[in-house]
Design a protein around this ligand. Structure first.
Ligand code: ATP
Ligand code: ATP
Ligand code: MG
Ligand code: MG
Ligand code: MG
Ligand code: MG
Length: 259
């Protein structure tokens, strides 16, 4: 009811416009997935069904919000990188974070049966936060941090579960065994005890997943200082990659990601 005596309550709402001309990163993370993965008897260390479901849910989010230029996911988390100049919902933090979280969650639930034979036994939910990065340099360091984290966790988990599944150790013994070991020692344990060459593990496990927008091959990409129009973005295909985003090559071949 407009102009009623109740309307003053609106003034209690908080302004939460995010600083303009900064990269908005929205990261979501599954709540209590340690327990969730046990309940649904996930394959350890990596259940490909869930990684594929996470990727499918992230694709839904990217298709809905064309101002997201890139997304990076691993384990039960996904980071969505927005164009610096987005004005969606006047950059209101609560609108952006809550839409990403709820759309991701409903897409995760909606697509569950495409990947799993067993029914959902509990209701998954995801938390979300927005972080602002002022330059491409810090944004890249953010992504480097997530991808390095994926690699470190995967090397640890691969060795940990090999010791249990192939070496017959208990969880506690495997943990003790790995305490204080560096990367090269984990590679060595995998190779000498279990004939596993870590380098041959699937790229999706080692590098995580990256969604980017790409034009069809016959269309030319904008140069460094041009932006894609909304119409162009809608026409672009979404491509899933499992490559290094730490290397310069990823960015040099996609200059339009940096604007
Ligand atoms: P929180 O609510 O604080 O996030 P959490 O239990 O979700 O708690 P995380 O730090 O997010 O803790 O870790 C996610 C857990 O889910 C890890 O134990 C990880 O191994 C597991 N996990 C996530 N995805 C997969 C997958 N595809 N296959 C196997 N395990 C997975
Ligand atoms: P926004 O994304 O800005 O919220 P919106 O279209 O959801 O846009 P709202 O102001 O939230 O706009 O209004 C919700 C709309 O949904 C109204 O048109 C309302 O009449 C309709 N609606 C919601 N619930 C019902 C319902 N149970 N039965 C009939 N119509 C409903
Ligand atoms: Mg956590
Ligand atoms: Mg979690
Ligand atoms: Mg997590
Ligand atoms: Mg509404």
């Amino acid at each position: 009811m407009a102009n009623s005596r109740f309307e003053y309550v609106k003034q209690y709402e908080r302004m939460d416009r995010l600083l303009p001309e900064t990269y908005i990163v929205i990261r979501i993370d599954g709540k209590g997935f340690h327990k969730f993965t046990k309940k649904h008897e996930f394959e350890k260390p990596n259940d490909l069904r869930c990684l594929s479901l996470m990727n499918a849910a992230a694709k839904v989010v990217m298709s809905e919000f064309t101002d997201i230029v890139l997304a990076y996911g691993d384990s039960d988390e996904y980071s969505f990188i927005w164009s610096k100049s987005t004005e969606l919902y006047e950059r209101r933090e609560s609108k952006l974070v809550s839409h990403v979280c709820s759309l991701f969650t409903s897409a995760f639930v909606f697509n569950w049966t495409r990947y799993f034979d067993i029914p959902l036994l509990s209701l998954p939910s995801f938390d979300g936060r927005a972080v602002l990065y002022p330059s491409i340099f810090v944004l890249r360091d953010y992504l480097n941090w997530r991808q390095a984290d994926c690699h470190i966790n995967n090397l640890y988990n691969t060795t940990f579960w090999a010791l249990i599944q192939k070496g017959g150790l208990t969880n506690t013994k495997a943990e003790e065994y790995l305490k204080g070991t560096v990367s090269s020692q984990k590679h060595e344990i995998l190779f000498s005890q279990f004939h596993i060459n870590y380098n041959n593990e699937l790229e999706i496990y080692k590098k995580g997943s990256i969604w980017v927008r790409e034009l069809e091959e016959n269309e030319s990409a904008p140069s460094k200082h041009q932006k894609y129009s909304t119409k162009q973005k809608r026409k672009m295909g979404l491509r899933l990659l499992h490559v290094s985003i730490i290397d310069n090559e990823f960015w040099n071949t996609r200059p339009y990601l940096s604007i």
